[in-house]
Design a protein around this ligand. Structure first.
Ligand code: GAR
Length: 187
């Protein structure tokens, strides 16, 4: 059985669908570890409720990014993780993680990359007047939302309601992430 780790910083809805899909056998892997950089994030409760082991840390407790990433790598190694799925983990990875797990880390981003990189993609696309929105799953490298694209899905939205647009983005992300992770693990 392969093992995935899911990294998140906030709500954790993508964590939830990936973890559920693993548990239901739709993704052929165990969700063996959740990594979170914000102790107050809702995703922590989700992991606890599912009985999924987690490593939650505060970056400010470490002298540097290299130091906490070394700890993350140690925990990934300990679990024998095959694939790391970033799911709203709002940090750029550095050499420690990329050196150890590069080529085995994917991310989901709420835009049709390379448009609207960064932390506020949905708001920026709406403000720009975009009519076709979408989401991207891509390999992770040292650049912000910049690695090679694996999968994308687009949808039209002509309204101006941010909450409704966010709902549609999530509804597009969830099945795409599950399908893509499943495909990668079966390759
Ligand atoms: C998702 O929309 C994800 O695409 C985005 O954060 C959200 C997390 O939601 N990621 C980025 O913007 C990465 N640059 P969730 O915590 O409910 O899964």
């Amino acid at each position: 059985m392969k093992r995935i780790a899911i990294f998140a910083s906030g709500e954790g809805s993508n964590f939830q669908v990936l973890a559920d899909a693993c548990r239901q056998g739709e993704i052929p892997a165990e969700a063996a570890l959740m990594v979170c950089d914000r102790p107050t994030a809702r995703v922590n409760e989700r992991a606890d409720r599912m009985g999924i082991e987690r490593f939650t840390f505060s970056p400010r407790d470490y002298a540097s990014k290299a130091e906490y990433e070394r700890e993350i790598v140690r925990r990934l190694d300990e679990k024998g993780i095959d694939l790391v799925c970033l799911a709203g983990y709002m940090r750029i990875l550095s050499d420690e993680l990329l050196g150890a797990y590069g080529g085995r880390i994917v991310n989901i981003h709420p835009s049709l990359l390379p448009a609207f990189k960064g932390a506020h993609a949905i708001e920026q696309a709406l403000a720009y007047g975009v009519k076709v929105f979408g989401v991207t799953v891509h390999w992770v490298d040292a650049t912000l939302d910049g690695g090679r694209i694996i999968a994308q899905r687009a949808f039209s939205y002509e309204g101006s309601d941010l909450a409704e647009l966010e709902r549609q983005v999530h509804a597009t992300e969830h099945p795409l992430y599950v399908e893509t992770v499943k495909r990668l693990l079966n390759e």
